[in-house]
Design a protein around this ligand. Structure first.
Ligand SMILES: Nc1ncnc2c1ncn2[C@@H]1O[C@H](Cn2cc(CNC(=O)c3cc([N+](=O)[O-])cc(O)c3O)nn2)[C@@H](O)[C@H]1O
Ligand SMILES: [Mg+2]
Length: 216
């Protein structure tokens, strides 16, 4: 029987074949090599990934939320930089991606640093406080469906999950783009925002990471 092997399975196989167990950097390198040499995939990639690393290191968050785990690439990057006491939740809607991400995170030896929760962000955001004992998030990384960036940010505000000083980092504000989100945060006095110029993962296309600091 010829088994159709999905892209996410091929990414996982590349990790298991080329990365060293327990070594997050080798997991990141294996995925970047596969996606730049073999097949494009929508991981945040190394160029934007380095910007993500610098924001995580600067914020040094005790609580982190990631929206859209995908194969766990950015999850591994973030988790490998967190202090030991940190609480990191990543939300993934698609059970097949969640299954691959769990194995990628485990290969990196980071399964104890992150809680992968399956389900839609809009369903889970209202339950986070009581389910995970988290008051507010120091850092949120948005990399899921671009149409949900704005609604989920408003939902996080309504659920009291954001405080003065919380940082939101959004991928893909240019490609595929999240224009309503950019418009909202730019016109809101609550946010001071700037963007990091970069390129779409594994390509030369212009892209930005959108950095948002909550100021009140
Ligand atoms: N509301 C949601 N709640 C939880 N998980 C979600 C939600 N929306 C999408 N996801 C999950 O994110 C994963 C990855 N994903 C991300 C996107 C949106 N991202 C992109 O479409 C994208 C597209 C490009 N691109 O086309 O060049 C580049 C990128 O960096 C991107 O993030 N769609 N699926 C998928 O497994 C999906 O189940
Ligand atoms: Mg993205």
């Amino acid at each position: 029987l010829v088994q159709f092997v999905s892209l996410r399975q091929r990414i996982l196989s590349a990790v298991q074949k080329n990365a060293t167990r327990g070594d997050p950097r080798s997991v990141i390198r294996a995925i970047d090599q596969f996606c730049s040499q073999k097949e494009w995939a929508m991981n945040v990639g190394n160029e934007k990934g380095c910007i993500l690393d610098s924001v995580v290191s600067e914020v040094n968050p005790a609580t982190v939320l990631e929206l859209g785990t995908y194969c766990g690439y950015s999850t591994v990057r973030i988790a490998s930089l967190l202090p030991p006491y940190a609480k990191f939740i990543t939300l993934e809607f698609n059970p097949d991606f969640a299954a691959v991400a769990r194995q990628v995170i485990a290969w990196a030896g980071l399964e104890d640093k992150v809680q992968l929760v399956e389900g839609a962000s809009s369903d889970w955001i209202p339950k986070i406080k009581e389910q995970f004992g988290i008051k507010t998030f120091d850092l949120v990384f948005l990399d899921h469906w671009k149409e949900h960036y704005l609604s989920d940010t408003k939902l996080m505000e309504e659920c009291g999950l954001l405080r003065k000083g919380s940082v939101l980092l959004a991928d893909n504000v240019i490609c595929p783009g999240a224009p309503d989100y950019v418009e909202y945060v730019r016109s809101s006095p609550r946010y001071k925002s700037h963007y990091f110029r970069s390129h779409l993962e594994y390509t030369k296309a212009e892209e930005n990471l959108w950095y948002l600091g909550i100021i009140e």
